[in-house]
Design a protein around this ligand. Structure first.
Ligand SMILES: Nc1ncnc2c1ncn2[C@@H]1O[C@H](COP(=O)(O)OP(=O)(O)OP(=O)(O)O)[C@@H](O)[C@H]1O
Length: 564
């Protein structure tokens, strides 16, 4: 389009005057031009040299012309804002520096090489999109540069931006293969690295102010890459569209789980429901795990032909007496369970769980555990054999109905040891055991003990130690959840306390008669002391039992043998 005053793309005085906007400020009584705006856009201008005369220009907008030479800017010492986008300029800052030049837009030009910008240290916003730069350089002196955009160039490395206090950086549409040189960008809030060939998010760990990260159309293929940005707690908006990672199963839920502070992922809001589903899937609360476990075994059990378990029938007044020792791995509960079953063998027998882990040296199949294969364990689940199961350190453990039943048939109460997840699951069942927590109170001693066992890797030791607090916390948060809590630092002491506690449960009547009864084969009546609690810690009774070793308990034994 040609203007009357514009001949062959040459800017003339008439045109200049047409587009001037001037502000007059009064300082004392003298009026003078302080700031001028000029906007001859879309005019096919090729020559703007006439602007040399306008030395007071504050803002110059020349976008969408055909300007090649910007040397006129050398005569504008007051220039603060320069927009020369969509022109044909090939020289990068080919003019003397206006002292206060702050904002420059050279996008859509023909620039190929950056140069040292020492004279342009006031620059705060620099837009260089759609040029032909293959390297970022010369920006070190720009210590006020907060916005830098170099989209759609040919840059293959991030460099030279170390000292710039960037808030926004756009390097979309380049040839980047990795994220580097951003370690010191502590203020960066918006980062656009879309349309590159980046395959890892490594390098973003330190950018703690980052709020928006665009990585659309890159080469990120692993969900685990999100771990590099997991600690960026201000990150709200992440775009991973058109990356191979999107083909991973459960991609969205996994990312939402790993980055729970996100409010938008791939240009879609992350809903609270999604966050809950993600947590329930990847780190479900213990209660949920237990409820699922219980439900699973109940369903599989119901699918089997129903058996009448005469020894462990539930009853409102007569729940089967059972003792559960719980606590972190290797806190001594297993040893104490065995010892208790030996010393109080007329009341208790050890409930042998199943496990998929291999036997340790000295362990016996059918004594410590039933050692089974993964496949056998799975089949047992499908056959409805288990009351509860857990996965611990990659191995599976389960208490079978038969294990309890075997003990019950002997007229004894079953004593088992298990982790907290097992307790939670068991609390959903009709069994109403006594739960005794054995907890290490001296962590160093506990660690020492774990190490001395020579069985556990450092990761396993860390896991076990980290769970001590979980037990303590459960005890604090849910008073009554455990019937008793015993410090397990010294196993002998712990055993004495345990025995005493258990004897308090078992109120043996007329102890003097015990010996004569034994001699005559008649056992004293004994009942388990009644206290008030429930599955969650309130109102549960242990029924009175009268064990007759070697004999099968009658179905309604508890009622028959109740001691008034
Ligand atoms: N059926 C079960 N349900 C829940 N937890 C169980 C079950 N059986 C065993 N466990 C627990 O799983 C954890 C790992 O058991 P494992 O026997 O492999 O450990 P360990 O190294 O011998 O330690 P510990 O001396 O505590 O048994 C232990 O804390 C154990 O009590």
């Amino acid at each position: 389009m040609c203007f009357p005053s514009q001949k062959d793309g040459v800017l003339t005085t008439e045109t200049v005057l047409q587009y001037f906007i001037s502000f007059t400020w009064l300082r004392s009584t003298i009026a003078f031009f302080q700031c001028l705006l000029f906007a001859p856009q879309n005019r096919n201008l090729t020559d703007v040299s006439i602007l040399c005369k306008y030395t007071h220009l504050h803002k110059l907008e020349l976008q969408n012309n055909k300007v090649k030479d910007l040397s006129c800017v050398s005569h504008m010492p007051a220039l603060a804002i320069l927009d020369a986008s969509h022109n044909e300029i090939s020289e990068f800052f080919g003019f003397q520096a206006p002292k206060n030049l702050k904002v420059v837009n050279f996008s859509h030009n023909r620039m190929t090489k950056m140069r040292d910008l020492s004279e342009f240290s006031s620059l705060s916003k620099l837009t260089l999109d759609n040029n032909n730069f293959s390297e970022i350089c010369g920006l070190e002196p720009c210590v006020k540069l907060t916005h830098l955009s170099l989209a759609n160039n040919k840059i293959s490395r991030i460099s030279s931006v170390d000292k710039a206090p960037l808030i926004q950086l756009n390097l979309s549409g380049n040839k980047l293969t990795r994220i580097e040189g951003l370690e010191n960008q502590l203020n960066l809030q918006v980062l656009d690295l879309s349309h590159n060939q980046i395959s890892s998010l490594n390098g973003l760990q330190n950018i703690h102010m980052l709020c928006l990260l665009n990585l659309q159309k890159n080469m990120i293929s692993e969900i685990q890459e999100c771990k590099h940005i997991r600690n960026l707690l201000l990150l709200r908006d992440l775009n991973l569209l058109e990356n191979p990672v999107q083909d991973q199963p459960d991609y969205r839920l996994s990312v939402v789980f790993l980055l729970q502070h996100l409010t938008a992922l791939d240009q879609e809001n992350v809903s609270p429901e999604e966050k809950v589903s993600a947590v329930n899937k990847y780190d479900p609360p213990l209660e949920l795990v237990a409820a699922r476990d219980h439900m699973k075994h109940l369903v599989y059990q119901m699918m089997q032909p129903q058996l009448l378990y005469d020894s462990t029938l539930p009853g409102v007044d007569s729940p089967y007496p059972m003792l559960v020792l719980t606590g972190p791995q290797c806190c001594g509960k297993r040893e104490l369970a065995h010892r208790l079953c030996q010393e109080l063998c007329e009341y208790f027998a050890y409930g042998i769980c199943h496990t998929t882990r291999g036997a340790y040296f000295g362990e016996e199949d059918g004594v410590d555990y039933h050692f089974v294969t993964e496949e056998d364990f799975q089949n047992m689940i499908l056959m409805g054999k288990f009351i509860q199961t857990v996965e611990y350190a990659g191995r599976r453990y389960g208490l079978s109905r038969d294990a309890v039943e075997e003990v019950a048939r002997e007229g004894l109460a079953c004593c088992v040891h298990m982790e907290l997840e097992g307790v939670l699951s068991l609390k959903n069942s009709h069994f109403e055991p006594r739960y005794i927590l054995l907890i290490p109170t001296q962590v160093e001693k506990y660690v020492e003990h774990l190490k001395n066992r020579d069985l556990y890797s450092p990761a396993q030791i860390d896991l076990a130690v980290s769970r001590v607090e979980m037990y303590a916390d459960t005890n604090r948060q849910h008073p009554g959840f455990f019937d008793n809590v015993i410090a397990s630092d010294d196993w002998d002491e712990a055993f004495q306390t345990l025995k005493q506690v258990v004897k308090e449960y078992l109120v043996v009547e007329e102890p003097g008669r015990e010996e004569s009864a034994r001699q005559t084969g008649l056992y004293p009546s004994m009942h388990i002391h009644t206290t008030t609690r429930t599955k969650s810690g309130l109102n549960q009774d242990w029924s009175r039992i009268k064990p007759t070793p070697g004999l099968k308990w009658p179905q309604n034994m508890a009622n028959e043998n109740s001691v008034a």
